[in-house]
Ligand binder design. Structure first.
Ligand SMILES: Cc1ncc(COP(=O)(O)O)c(C=O)c1O
Length: 387
């Protein structure tokens, strides 16, 4: 018998720091979870109804590989209206099983073994993993709280080598809440052009900004032809369980992604495609309501954590606060573990999110207001014991 049937690639693929932690949470009672990054809201009623309606009308089959054309058209209109970016719904938009699938597709369609991908961190846990699964090499460029977790352009330039193929950005950021400014993104655009790089931009949190502008990277001058835009419904429309997202890219690139999608997925869930169409048609008021509520919770948690003495950057987008827990003298892993065991509050150690995350912890505030209030009471009690 072999030592293992798993491929060599798997040896470098660590389990997600988030899941590992939440396997423990699942075995405990009365835990307040500020852990998993998903809205506590149920999907808005008209969107659910549209999904159910499609099932009741026999829409229980595969769709075309790229997805229902009407949905792709609605996405094209949406992006045109919001950001002035024009994508052809027939040849430049693909519906996917969430941004998660889209990440898999871009890495596998665009990377050759050894290609380097520059990733500003702290970042969503899947980015580095997907690069490695595709045989690429993630090169992390750490942001700093003192600089609002902004993308560090000097470090980005220094990270470029002859093997660099892609810059992968994700703003608004999970886990820091940073929103990249137009100025910063124009710098990225300049670098991409100078070094002939492709930019993949995960814009899943584009609608969740609090008084700050979200800039769609593809809308910047000359960037459309070297950008892959990833977007989704999970966060803005509270649709995590439906598993629906999309990729927009120039035709030649999209063809490559679609070829992998064709063999691995066939088509995104049909029910979810109908629901997504409704989200684009009638979801706007719900998005605004949810964003207003996240904003209220954001202010509660940021003020609360800072008051407790855990320095916290004021997030500008997404729904995460990222306090510096190392000021207590504990490392992030120990802080999160002890907080969970002693006070039953689940947060995620910052080291799960790559370089620059050590010493911090991610607290998701897409949780009921009163739960956040109670979590803050418990965190304060825990922090006082450490004083
Ligand atoms: C930055 C980011 N990208 C992508 C995803 C995956 O989203 P989806 O539900 O569309 O697969 C997440 C989920 O947490 C995320 O935070």
């Amino acid at each position: 018998m072999r030592d293992s049937f798993l491929s060599k690639r798997m040896e470098n693929l660590k389990p997600s720091g988030i899941r590992k932690f939440f396997d423990i949470v699942a075995t405990m009672k009365d835990v307040i979870s500020l852990g998993i990054g998903e809205p506590d809201f149920t999907t808005p009623r008209p969107i659910i109804d549209a999904g159910v309606h499609s099932l009741n009308h026999g829409e229980t089959h595969y769709t075309s590989n790229a997805g229902i054309l009407e949905v792709r058209k609605a996405i094209a209109d949406h992006l045109q209206k919001l950001y002035g970016v024009g994508y052809d719904p027939v040849s430049e938009i693909l519906l996917t099983v969430g941004v998660s699938e889209a990440l898999y597709l871009v890495m596998n369609a665009l990377l050759d073994p050894g290609d380097e991908v520059i990733i500003p961190t702290p970042c969503f846990v899947a980015y580095q993993a997907e690069v490695m699964l595709a045989g690429g090499v993630p090169v992390e460029v750490a942001g700093r709280m003192e600089e609002n977790f902004d993308l560090n352009i000097t470090a980005l330039k220094a990270a470029i080598t002859p093997r660099t193929k892609m810059i992968f950005i994700g703003y608004p950021s999970n886990p820091t809440g940073a929103v990249a400014s137009r100025q910063t993104l124009l710098e990225v655009a300049k670098i991409a052009e100078q070094h002939d790089l492709i930019v993949v931009s995960d814009e899943i949190y584009d609608r969740l900004v609090y008084g700050f502008e979200h800039v769609c990277f593809a809308s910047l001058p000359n960037m459309r032809q070297r950008t892959v835009t990833l977007g989704g419904f999970s966060k803005a429309y509270a649709m995590t369980g439906w598993r629906i997202g999309y990729v927009c890219a120039p035709e030649e690139i999209l063809k490559g992604l679609t070829r992998i999608h064709q063999y691995t997925i066939m088509s995104a869930p049909t029910t979810a495609q109908y629901a997504a169409l409704e989200a684009l048609k009638s979801g706007e008021d719900y998005v605004k309501e949810m964003v207003a509520e996240y904003d209220r919770r954001r202010r509660l948690i940021v003020d609360g954590l800072n008051h407790i003495g855990l320095p916290t950057f004021e997030p500008r987008g997404a729904f995460y606060a990222f306090p510096k827990v190392s000021v207590t003298g504990l490392d992030d892993e120990t802080f999160a573990n002890r907080l969970l065991q002693e006070e039953k509050v689940a947060i995620v150690p910052g080291n799960a999110f790559g370089a620059g995350g050590e010493g911090f912890a991610r607290c998701c505030y897409a949780t009921a207001y009163n739960q956040i209030e109670e979590a803050l009471v418990r965190i304060e009690r825990f922090a006082r014991r450490l004083d």
